[in-house]
Design a protein around this ligand. Structure first.
Ligand code: ADP
Ligand code: MG
Ligand code: ZN
Length: 659
């Protein structure tokens, strides 16, 4: 499929490390890498080889050649040999004495491996009385020669020995620097494996608004940017100033990166993109210089889009945690440089900086000031209709069987974002291929959806006891889900181990939910507790199987109390940071008093305890239905909505559109 492949094709990298998608007419095209001149490269190689050779030769020249000389101790060995008249001649250089014995000796005497030789050397201790030594040598008629302290080596050898290593280092340094200059972030080594095929046809990498579906508000906000890039003068005529920074914010996979590329595609603009984390990974100081370079290139190739993905990696608020590491300084320099560059735009300059983040709340206020990323576009998860359109986009090139109902798929995938749906379409196509089908059928979609939502079966065998316990546990979740008003309808119950879980109960809402009432959340608490309560009821004991349930319900209860003001004791006061974790603050510093935090804990506990009592009651009252459901699960392992409600003897609340 052309379009799908297109959005995934890695963009070519410029020689400074950012990815570039040139405009159709070639603006912004990365420079063709200068072919390394064969002569220059060979010259450098020869130079290095020569240096190494020269070094080696000079070492050889200086090293005393000839047969081996044995080093002997001065006293007693040397002196005894002199006294025994066994030394023929000596010559001294500094404190070293070299000489010859009259006969070949082995030293050490007993060592059979030592080669017998007449040549020896020894060191005269500096405190030794040289007058005495001279007298001794004379008395024993040892021939004495004097030599200059250093052997005269050739001037060239001397020079090479002295400067060789330095020259070698300098040579290597030059080599590395040249490569780095050519290879940018790829560094000295990364360049070696790089393919030469970087000039690609710009038409092949164009993504347009046709590839983006289901996020219409975001798309229409960006249409203005596209117009501006196409005709920068038009907006300035009345004195208005076009925003130069647009921040796309939204959950991962909602299509921010895709949208940015589509803007470039629509505006026929050159597209320079880099992920903010890529700035940081580089050596210190390079982040800022890369930014400078990036903007210079973009201005040259205008109209152009500079896309900085994952902006929160450098744009994090600076008054947060102290900067203990150097990484922070690097980050700040990079950030400052981006801000400087953005301030330097002239109003009609057709360069737009797009930033993307999934954590707009942590961004530094300096980034969001007017003149910088002052236009913010929220990219929301698609609604049902949007999911339908996204499925359309991603099934464009898949041959679908007649029975495939994309509307039903869209209805049964609340909460899924563009990336999930793209994945679903792809998985279904792969599954159909594995099943040797001519076209992709509805069953391929529903099976893939099940795999994505529940996880792939793990293929382990549970013991009979574990299997039974799991059946009661899941039956508990399912039954309480069916009996509690406000709980999401049960879609599927299974005791096939998947991922980390021994069993799953899947409950999804009928429609997209944007908010939950206190009753809805209390229902969620009950359903999450029900697995464990069922175990308590049936076995009188509890197991580790409820770990993730407990995590989930604790998180819900804490947020109800601390973020959503659903506890009367605390009231509508935020005592937790937005993501449910308590704010990290140095010891002794806190936004909330000790008493409040204690109260939060108590309130959480109270919520869970209340739910526990209620669930125990419900399950005891419906013990027979629990048994039936568990038995049905033990027989068929997986029950879909109709069978599960049937086994529990309850009317199905709503049939899941899928399967
Ligand atoms: P984000 O940058 O928001 O995390 P991406 O833009 O990287 O998400 O999306 C990943 C992939 O998911 C895209 O390449 C595309 O195939 C698909 N996708 C996401 N959102 C959409 C959408 N709204 N319409 C079509 N495809 C989408
Ligand atoms: Mg992205
Ligand atoms: Zn459970």
């Amino acid at each position: 499929m052309l379009n799908k492949a297109d959005t995934r094709r890695p963009m070519p990298r410029d020689d400074r490390g950012w990815r570039v998608a040139p405009a159709p007419d070639g603006r912004g095209m990365p420079d063709e890498p200068r072919p390394p001149g064969p002569l220059r490269r060979r010259g450098l190689l020869v130079f290095v080889v020569l240096l190494i050779a020269a070094n080696w030769v000079s070492l050889l020249a200086v090293r005393p050649a000839g047969p081996p000389r044995v080093n002997v101790p001065f006293n007693p060995y040397f002196l005894t040999q002199v006294q025994a008249d066994r030394v023929r001649s000596i010559s001294s250089r500094g404190d070293t004495i070299e000489g010859t014995f009259l006969v070949r000796v082995r030293y050490p005497a007993g060592n059979a491996q030592a080669t017998p030789t007449t040549l020896f050397s020894t060191e005269v201790p500096s405190f030794w009385n040289t007058t005495q030594l001279s007298a001794l040598l004379q008395a024993h008629h040892v021939q004495i020669n004097a030599r200059p302290a250093t052997q005269p080596a050739s001037v060239l050898a001397e020079l090479l020995l002295g400067f060789g290593p330095t020259l070698l280092l300098v040579g290597l340094f030059v080599l590395v620097a040249r490569r780095a200059a050519r290879g940018g972030s790829m560094g000295a080594l990364g360049n070696f494996g790089r393919s030469q095929a970087r000039r690609i046809n710009p038409e092949h990498i164009q993504v347009t608004f046709k590839d983006v579906a289901g996020i219409d508000e975001a798309r229409s906000e960006l249409t203005e940017i596209v117009d501006f890039l196409r005709d920068p003068g038009r907006y300035g005529r009345l004195g208005g100033r076009m925003p130069h920074g647009v921040l796309l914010s939204g959950a991962p996979g909602t299509g921010k990166t895709l949208l940015a590329r589509a803007v470039a595609g629509e505006a026929h603009a050159a597209f320079f993109s880099i992920s903010a984390s890529e700035f940081i990974e580089a050596i210190v100081g390079v982040g800022a210089s890369r930014v400078r370079d990036l903007f210079a290139k973009a201005k040259e190739a205008k109209p152009a889009i500079v896309f900085i993905d994952e902006l929160d990696a450098i744009g994090r608020s600076r008054n947060g945690h102290g900067s203990l590491t150097g990484a922070n300084d690097e980050r700040e320099q990079t950030l400052d440089q981006i801000l400087t560059e953005m301030d330097g735009f002239e109003s009609a300059e057709a360069v737009v900086v797009l930033g993307a983040t999934n954590r707009p709340d942590v961004l530094d206020a300096a980034l969001l000031r007017p003149g910088r990323f002052d236009r913010r576009v929220a990219v929301h998860a698609p609604d049902r209709n949007g999911r339908r359109q996204i499925l359309d986009v991603h099934t464009r090139s898949i041959s679908l069987a007649a029975g495939v109902d994309l509307d039903a798929l869209a209805a049964s995938t609340p909460g899924m974002v563009g990336a999930d749906l793209a994945n679903l379409a792809n998985e279904a196509a792969l599954l159909a291929a594995r099943r040797d089908r001519e076209s992709v059928q509805m069953a391929d979609f529903t099976d893939s959806l099940e795999k994505i939502m529940l996880g792939a079966p793990r293929g382990i065998l549970l013991s009979l006891a574990d299997r039974e316990r799991t059946a009661y546990h899941e039956a508990g979740h399912a039954l309480v889900g069916m009996l509690t008003p406000g709980a999401d309808p049960v879609r599927k119950v299974s005791i096939i181990p998947r991922g980390m879980a021994l069993g799953v109960t899947l409950a999804t809402p009928d429609a997209d939910r944007v908010s939950y009432s206190r009753e809805d959340l209390e229902a969620k608490l009950r359903v999450a507790l029900a697995g464990r309560v069922a175990e308590e009821l049936v076995y009188g004991t509890i197991s580790t199987g409820a770990e993730s349930d407990i995590k989930q319900l604790t998180a819900i209860a804490r947020q109800m109390v601390g973020s959503w003001g659903m506890s009367d004791a605390i009231g509508p006061v935020a005592v937790l940071s937005h993501d449910g974790a308590e704010q990290w603050l140095p010891p002794g510093v806190s936004d909330t008093s000790e008493a409040t935090r204690k109260l939060v804990d108590e309130e959480v506990r109270r919520l869970v305890d209340t739910a526990h009592v209620e669930v125990s009651e419900v399950l005891s009252d419906h013990r027979e239905q629990l048994e039936n459901l568990a038995k049905a699960l033990l027989v068929s392992e997986t029950l879909d909505a109709v069978d599960a409600y049937g086994a529990a003897g309850l009317p199905s609340r709503s049939a899941m559109p899928v399967s």
